[in-house]
Write a protein that binds this ligand. Sequence first.
Ligand SMILES: [Zn+2]
Ligand SMILES: [Zn+2]
Length: 241
Amino acid sequence: MVNECASALLEGLFPNHCCLCGLRSHRDVPLCPGCEGDLLPNGCCCQRCAVPLAAGSGGPLLCGGCLQRPPAFGRVIAPWLYSEQLAHLIHRWKYRGETRLTSLLAHLWLREIPSHGAVDLLVPVPLHWRKLWRRGFNQSDLLCRQLCRMRPEIASGGYRGDLVRRVRPTAAQSGMSAVERRRNLQGAFTTRGACATLRVAIVDDVFTTGATAEAMARTLRAAGASAVDVWCLARTPPPGG
Ligand SMILES: [Zn+2]
Ligand SMILES: [Zn+2]
């Protein structure tokens, strides 16, 4: 009750405006209910890599890629499709440094995943130190922290920003084929400290081809993690899809 009054007072004094339409959002996140309703949930998707699948295909929902070449991670939880609206929000957050959007993005993730089974540890996708220095923050690290703050029970051991390290810079991956991406990421990650028997979730903003998640999952499994899932905000459609 006290919290509700405080947030109503704050909203009256410092009204939030919607990041997408610019109107007052009338709640404590900068996104109005109408624009939030325009975001596209990733409803029917592969149970392993969360790639969107045609609705009503029936049977176990695995895509051809996962059937042919099972990934190193257990499953991807990506509740939203990478729509134009979400791309806009993520771009502002990541490349324009609007880190106040972190709580909005965590709210969107948690809204769609109200009771996902807990893991032991959240692990952000690390940036190479040079990139971290240029950008000033690691967006995936911010998201981990915010998820733990808003819903501590989702990871009993909280998050470990230093568990996985990116030991060499990698080239930007857009435009690369799957084979080129795998080659680009070979030996890019190492772990610091033990993670034996831990159930880990790698946290990232957008899941595209999964090459980064695959390389990290291999590293974590080699260090003893008993299960590695991937938690992402959004999933891109398959190439040409
Ligand atoms: Zn709006
Ligand atoms: Zn799949």
